[in-house]
Design a protein around this ligand. Structure first.
Ligand code: ASP
Length: 347
């Protein structure tokens, strides 16, 4: 609970990643910081009028090792301490941050508080780090209010002056500070001298509904990226993977694929066996529109589901989440066709 005189009370959850690294004074190598002493590295935190609490994973995790069990750990911390805090900041490696933010957006149903993911390209212990600004502004956004309500009651990613909806975000650069983009949805806030919230694009508060945390994922899924020259052998092997419940095909352009007869036959055989195929585009922006070209008709008639403008990260987490939640194929397909947490647009 917030102490008297404090503007907001927030929980920082440190999972790992570059942001939490400093040079070991003895060896000179980069090592994770002891998060209890974060304000020694970022003294600016003491200047906030907020009450900041933190929990740290032990050991911390490079985000390449994150999996659904870790998403459950993160979501459970938020669930257990939901009533204590007005907002949450999750420090996470950048590599899979967009997957984790997408997964949590589906797990945290009826979320009415900010959950802001951030990280950095350079460790917080380096002079030129981008981590300090990312952390400080993520905290400010997590504490922000509009008419007494949380300004951004969503799972978001804050990085390099932009706040984006987590399940709309994708990692774009392993080099630049401007590492993330939101190709198909406007930024929720842009940061310069002021933090300008794009209020019309932010989900409205979910007043009165209790937080429900969905913790089951089914990982029997695969992603197949098409390329010119793809062989039947490859498509056949992927579709015949033991226990495969759903396949995401990353298609060309607005959802197009080769019109070879064998391609349609393989997809149809898998769908008739009860499998689910979701069509997302391998383009960085834009949407699948099945039927627009002849080259997507075959998939449409085989019963492939359109992923519309889902990012790759949101498509795989959404499919694992729906397959974990429902045993009925129809329910999973119904969920894929709906926006659960603002992850798809309806044209
Ligand atoms: N490998 C790191 C991670 O994702 C990279 C980073 O944090 O930027 O955990």
């Amino acid at each position: 609970m917030k102490k008297p005189g404090k503007e907001a009370s927030l929980l920082i959850i440190y999972t790992g990643g570059t942001i939490g690294m400093v040079h070991d004074p003895v060896t000179g190598s980069l090592v994770p910081i002891d998060f209890r002493y974060i304000s020694d590295h970022v003294p600016e935190l003491k200047k906030f009028g907020y009450e900041l609490h933190s929990v740290s994973f032990d050991p911390v995790i490079d985000s390449s090792n994150i999996d659904p069990a870790v998403w459950v750990r993160m979501a459970s911390i938020i669930e257990d301490r939901y009533d204590e805090f007005e907002g949450f900041v999750v420090l996470h490696g950048t590599d899979t941050m967009a997957y984790s933010a997408s997964a949590l957006s589906f797990m945290l149903e009826n979320l009415n508080k900010p959950v802001i993911f951030t990280g950095s390209q350079l460790p917080i212990g380096l002079l030129r780090t981008d981590g300090k600004e990312n952390l400080i502004t993520a905290i400010e956004i997590a504490a922000a209010k509009t008419n007494g309500n949380p300004a951004v009651p969503e799972v978001c990613i804050y990085f390099d002056n932009k706040l984006s909806r987590g399940n709309r975000t994708t990692k774009l650069s392993a080099e630049h500070f401007d590492a993330f983009s939101s190709p198909n949805y406007p930024y929720l806030a842009e940061v310069g001298l002021h933090i300008r919230y794009n209020r019309n694009d932010i989900a409205p508060p979910q007043k009165g509904s209790k937080l429900v945390v969905n913790k089951i994922f089914n990982t029997n899924v695969a992603i197949l990226k098409l390329f010119p020259g793809i062989t039947r052998n490859l498509v056949h092997s992927v579709l015949n993977t033991k226990n495969l419940k759903g396949l995401i095909i990353e298609t060309f352009g607005s959802g197009n694929a080769p019109t070879y007869d064998w391609f349609g036959e393989e997809l149809l055989r898998y769908i008739k066996k009860g499998g689910i195929i979701l069509n997302v585009t391998q383009c960085h922006g834009g949407s699948v529109e099945m039927g627009l070209y002849e080259t997507s008709r075959q998939m449409l008639s085989a019963g492939v589901v359109s992923g519309k403008d889902l990012t790759s990260e949101a498509s795989v987490t959404k499919l694992m989440y729906l397959l974990g939640k429902y045993t009925s194929r129809e329910e999973v397909i119904k969920g894929l066709n709906r926006s659960l947490a603002g992850e798809i647009s309806f044209l």
